[in-house]
Design a protein around this ligand. Structure first.
Ligand code: GLY
Ligand code: MN
Ligand code: MN
Length: 434
């Protein structure tokens, strides 16, 4: 279940048609040093991957709309280096296997760039690639001096992001299948962690179970660092220390998703470590679950991206009032954002090649954009009560979030992560029973 080279080529052709006789240049990420001569595991730049599928670091792809051709620049084939670091495609095989019109050595890139400058006027780059922008600006200025037209060229460099973001934000059938597979693997991993939760365990040991189950099912990597947060740690939204010992009576919040074929999944489940919700835990969980379900119902074509968030907010505000944590009227809780102390993040983000995927949230008039079929977003409301809050003790140090990945599909949202249990009864029947 992969994306075929012909699909990557189709994407390049599609982009070329948007380039107005210009040229797009996209570079893959570099290897990142971990210490001295050892490196972090490599992950391609998502834009580069989207347009090529080519896995080697530092490669550069060039798409010329004018020439209706695309080129790949790669590392030199080097048998000696391959003994140490493994297979290198080399330009020729890279072009053959990944369907580029030509493959060239990275060493030739600068002279190629100079040649392009004499034949093209519009250049499209990723806006975050400042090094390439600077290299190109210098080359353009040098060329313009030669022509005695002055240093005018920066207005010929454009951002490529929006064009690719629009392509990436609507997922094809093929992409949806891959993301569904990632979601299935993550659901299994959550179930495995749930079934094997027991006291005398550290959070990182739960993390190890998730990673084991991901890899066992074909997903080597996480889509992001797993959050395994027991007790009050769940109130730290980006908690990744994962080094506390599990305590009887606490909840555990696990926000973890695998990456499969470079596509993300993103699931959060929260449940009691000892397998039985206390009354206070049950009360808060029920509110968050209702907010999440109601929000999912709003994932419909032509609804605003913000609709699920606003729906979740109303349920959470009512819940905070029912629990007597906030005493103000509902309208005031919402208008004055009194809920923010306990629900401080948004309900959704796009998901795809990146867990926080590309794509706009607002249109040029600053209206929340309308949902389209084929988009995938998370629905992840939560409530977080810090230990030192002036609220009933039973709620202090409790953090609950429930997160699923949802595909926009007309009026019938598809919950890709539906296999991961979230009803209280289902959770209680699985926890610790492994
Ligand atoms: N796991 C990151 C997020 O839920 O946004
Ligand atoms: Mn998320
Ligand atoms: Mn998450």
């Amino acid at each position: 279940m992969t994306i075929k080279p012909t699909i990557y080529r189709q994407r390049r052709k599609h982009l070329a048609a948007l380039l107005n006789r210009g040229i797009a240049i996209v570079r893959n990420s570099s290897d990142q040093i971990r210490s001295n001569d050892t490196y972090y595991p490599y992950r391609s730049n998502s834009y580069f991957h989207y347009l090529s599928g080519f896995p080697e670091s530092e490669s550069i792809l060039v798409i010329s709309s004018k020439l209706n051709q695309s080129f790949i620049f790669t590392k030199t084939k080097n048998k000696e280096k391959e003994i140490w670091d493994g297979f290198i495609y080399g330009p020729k095989k890279a072009a053959q296997d990944f369907l580029f019109e030509a493959g060239l050595d990275l060493k030739e890139f600068r002279s190629f760039l100079n040649e392009l400058i004499s034949t093209h006027t519009n250049f499209y780059l990723l806006q975050e690639d400042l090094d390439l922008r600077s290299m190109l600006s210098k080359a353009l200025n040098i060329a313009s001096k030669g022509k005695r037209v002055g240093p005018v060229m920066s207005n010929h460099i454009h951002s490529l992001n929006t064009m690719i973001d629009e392509m990436r934000s609507i997922k094809s059938k093929n992409e949806i299948e891959i993301i569904q597979k990632a979601a299935n693997i993550s659901s299994e991993a959550h179930k495995f962690a749930m079934a094997n939760i027991h006291l005398d365990q550290y959070e990182y040991q739960v993390e190890a179970r998730l990673r084991y189950e991901f890899a066992k099912n074909g997903a080597r990597n996480e889509a992001y660092h797993s959050i395994v947060a027991s007790g009050k740690n769940a109130c730290t939204l980006h908690y990744i220390q994962n080094n506390a010992k599990l305590i009887n009576g606490d909840l555990i919040l696990i926000d973890a998703g695998c990456e499969y074929g470079c596509y993300a999944s993103d699931i959060t489940r929260t449940y009691p470590i000892n397998g039985k919700f206390s009354a206070a835990q049950r009360d808060v969980y029920t509110i968050v679950l209702e907010a999440q379900k109601k929000a999912i119902e709003c994932v419909k074509r032509n609804n605003a991206f913000n609709d699920p968030h606003e729906t979740a907010l109303r349920v959470l505000a009512q819940g905070l009032k029912d629990l007597k944590i906030i005493k103000s009227p509902i309208n005031e809780i919402i208008e004055k954002q009194l809920y923010k102390k306990y629900f401080m993040h948004r309900t959704s983000h796009w998901m795809g090649l990146d867990v926080h995927d590309v794509g706009n949230y607002y249109d040029p008039k600053n209206n929340s954009i309308k949902l389209k079929d084929g988009q995938i977003l998370t629905i992840e409301p939560g409530l977080y009560f810090q230990k030192n809050e002036k609220i009933p003790k039973a709620f202090q140090g409790m953090g609950i979030r429930i997160e699923d990945d949802v595909l926009v599909n007309g009026n019938s949202p598809i919950v890709l992560t539906a296999k991961c249990p979230k009803e209280i009864q289902d959770l209680e029947s699985i926890i610790g029973k492994g």
